[in-house]
Design a protein. Structure first.
Length: 90
């Protein structure tokens, strides 16, 4: 198990990015959340199997069709088991 915090910059708001992430993370069996930031970026905090967390990072870099990710900042952490599922937060 591993945890991460990741920020995605670019055209990532208003393009279905959070819903794409929530669906993908749920399919991968991950827990955590995704949210839009006032800066226009999107933040993700996720926990789960390292292989699946790494897949989420890669899928998110591609995003839905209308998204354009220009930068990604990843911080790896120790998991805390604090999430019950993966959800969109506001």
């Amino acid at each position: 198990m591993i945890s991460l915090q990741v920020f995605y910059e670019g055209n990532v708001q208003g393009v279905g990015f959070r819903y794409f992430i929530q669906h993908t993370a749920t399919q991968l069996g991950l827990t955590g959340w995704v949210r839009n930031l006032p800066s226009g970026d999107v933040e993700i905090e996720a926990e789960g199997n390292r292989e699946f967390v790494e897949r989420l990072i890669e899928y998110a870099r591609r995003g839905p069709r209308s998204a354009v990710v220009s930068n990604t900042q990843v911080t790896w952490r120790e998991p805390h088991g604090q999430f019950g599922r993966f959800e969109i937060t506001y």
